[in-house]
Design a protein around this ligand. Sequence first.
Ligand code: RNT
Ligand code: ZN
Length: 423
Amino acid sequence: MYTKPDEDTIVKSYETARGRFGAFGVDTEKAMEQFKTIPISLHNWQGDDVRGFEGMEGVASQNLVTGNYPGAARNGDEMRMDIDKAFSLSPCKHRVNLHSMYAEPARPTPRNELTADDFSAWIRWAKERGYGLDFNASFFTHPMMIDGFSLASRRKDVRDYWIKAGKGAREISKVMGETLGTACINNIWVPDGLKDLPANRMLYREYLKDSLDQIFEKTFDHRVTYDVLEGKLFGIGTECFTVGSHEFYLAYAAKNGKGVCMDTGHYHPTETVVDKISSVALLVDDILLHVSRGIRWDSDHVLIQGDDLTGLMQELKRAGLFGKIAIGLDYFDASINRVAAWVIGLRAAGKAMLTALLEPSDLLEKAEAEGDFTSRLALLEEFKNLPVNAVWDYLCLVNGVPVGAAWLDVLKEYENTIQAARR
Ligand code: RNT
Ligand code: ZN
């Protein structure tokens, strides 16, 4: 058992921390208030290794997930229960990001004929709990992914199939946004690409552009739903050429008033989304972040704390973009408890967000404006060790969430009782 510190200690440590931050002009109470207004959209697909509920076993997957930890959710009820459990262990404000392969239609329905009715259990649940929903058509793990292509396929019947799915996803997003009273972000990511050198890059990109033009023919109220496009440098099996590159989507979005989704695992390892945010945000209105952790060729390790993540949250804070840029998580690991993977990522993202909110950013900006780069660097180092964790523990305490490693006890109990019974 990981006993949590007693309440008295947590409160006393918080009071000390409050004074330390106060000395730099930072109001910890205000930071905690703001924290509760910034949602993190949890990716439902970590719950079952991006398998979906359609029984697509044996069909090629374009999202490689490794590991066989027992206890994966097998249906919507189990997955919703798992997400509820994960949320009970995180003090963040939560939304849920859903893929269309998690529909629960009354009878088997082709993916491109799904309607909001097929997500009614998800919508009802989200409404009851007060979660917003985000959405994605699943352009992968499906017999109509011919040679790994969807919207950019050379085959018209394949493109048409997926264009219909793309249009349907926007209608579903509309109902989700309307019902829940918070805009549902509709994200498009397609794996289309080639392992080896293409003879005709332009052709595929023309097809993708045309498919998107058709998907976006209809206009929706931005307060209800809006679209973002997620590019990628490469994937396994598409090492040489990815049709939906960043340049492609960024240019498409800028020209057509669409948004972009930047996944932190989708760039060359020396590039960072931290530096891209201000460039894109000035000229593109809608941005969704897929916060992930890239390791070598894998773009989707479980999110943990570190300079990359903290830097991302600091950038949002310093640029005044908290609440304007949407934050979602995106990773999948089947080698550890899947609910724990969610909790680890949520708590890491939450801590990084709180770290950013507590940063005495004004002092860094002042030093820079005065040309005092010595102070800027020195302060940056000092701020790294301010007692954020004392504020975090207190935040967990007042939100009724386990403090410190105590959440793991709750998780193990859930694993031994609920998940162990899923055989
Ligand atoms: C894949 C993209 C995409 C997927 C999900 C399942 O490289 O990151 O966001 O992870 O759509
Ligand atoms: Zn992603």
